[in-house]
Design a protein around this ligand. Structure first.
Ligand code: UDP
Ligand code: MG
Length: 334
């Protein structure tokens, strides 16, 4: 049965937590504050900004401290002990966020804060997950090509149907946030995890801007690592594909052996074609190595999980009891 906008479920009124991971962004933060707070003030909805400093080595923490002093009621700052990665930082923000909905965004203004009202509109329409698609994405073409390939691979191998997984400007309803918080995965990919728990997901198009200050914190290595986490965290299809491939290759090689045996009986032994044989062997060795590496990815992931180390360690939290944001669950304290 369709409930009109979930109104019959007597939900608590909307309040927003904006979660922003920050890693060496001192130069861009003032511009972010200057655009983000006015947009939120204009919404007329209680809100808090939860900035998570992910072990910055520049003056980001000092800039965040100053902002907390300036807007104590609407600003919460979580300072992590060291760099744990963007998604771990977002998790830290999720766990402290008090809003009935959480919106994540990047600190570098590639996600324009002016799009937040459109996300809120979709939340108000009853969606508990609002994904986004970057219109005219302002990144290097090689990054865009990698994204396109990974998005389509993910669509085919997992149950996650998001068009543009890399865009972090997203909204999550409280139930989805609670489910994400309850997940015990050490390494994860928040947009995919959120989607997994959403009851009524939707997607909207948002603008995308080039990074104005600083540079991307993602090297090719960390991008590839992140995507391995995504694939191995949400699907075992790569492993299954490998067993299928192994089976087909074994079958084909069996046929080849039969053919060569018959040929040898009829035409006598062949000595030519040595290089072809080498080529086939190299290809198979390569495939086998890739397969071992792939199994290693899953074993490594399992190992990290059973080790059970914390996803992140909090060094300090700057927060002020705020009356404006209705408390949706027990506050934890450090
Ligand atoms: N970030 C983070 N920890 C990291 C890497 C990035 O908290 O280890 C933050 C970064 O400060 C930014 C967001 O994650 O707010 C996205 O990073 P970036 O803009 O470098 O990624 P890109 O836009 O190139 O994908
Ligand atoms: Mg960026």
């Amino acid at each position: 049965m369709d409930l009109p906008n979930g109104d019959l479920l007597s939900k608590p009124p909307l309040s927003l937590s904006i979660v922003v991971p920050v890693f060496n962004e001192e130069s861009g933060l003032p511009a972010l504050f200057a655009r983000l707070y006015p947009v939120l003030d204009g919404l007329g909805v209680p809100y808090e900004c939860v900035f998570v400093d992910d072990g910055s080595r520049d003056r980001s923490v000092a800039v965040l401290r100053a902002q907390h002093a300036l807007r104590p009621a609407e600003t919460r700052v979580v300072i992590l002990q060291r760099n744990f990665g963007q998604h771990a930082a977002i998790m830290a923000g999720f766990e402290r966020a008090q809003g009935t909905a959480v919106i994540t965004m990047d600190a570098d203004l590639q996600n324009p804060p002016e799009e937040i009202p459109r996300l809120v509109e979709a939340l108000r329409a009853g969606h508990d997950y609002v994904g986004t698609i970057r219109r005219g994405r302002q990144d290097h073409w090689a990054r865009r090509a990698l994204s396109r390939a990974i998005n389509s691979l993910r669509n085919r191998t997992t149950a996650i149907r998001v068009t543009d997984q890399g865009c972090m400007l997203r909204a999550y309803g409280r139930d989805v946030v609670d489910a994400v918080n309850a997940s015990v995965e050490v390494k994860t990919f928040i947009p995919a995890l959120g989607y997994l728990y959403a009851r009524d997901p939707t997607e909207i198009e948002v603008a995308h801007e080039p990074r104005r200050e600083g540079e991307s914190k993602y090297s090719w290595y960390s991008l590839i690592r992140l995507n391995f986490d995504l694939m191995t965290g949400f699907s075992v299809v790569p492993l299954q594909l490998f067993s299928m491939l192994g089976m087909s290759i074994a079958g084909l090689s069996g046929l080849l052996v039969l053919y060569l045996a018959a040929r040898r009986l009829i035409l006598g032994p062949e000595v030519e074609g040595v290089f072809t044989l080498f080529a086939i062997v190299f290809m198979l060795v390569g495939l086998a190595l890739f397969g071992i590496g792939l199994i290693g990815e899953y074993v490594g992931r399992t190992y990290e999980q059973v080790r059970g180390r914390p996803r992140y360690i909090i060094a300090a939290v700057l927060e002020t009891e705020s009356e404006s944001l209705p408390v949706t669950r027990e506050r934890e304290r450090v």
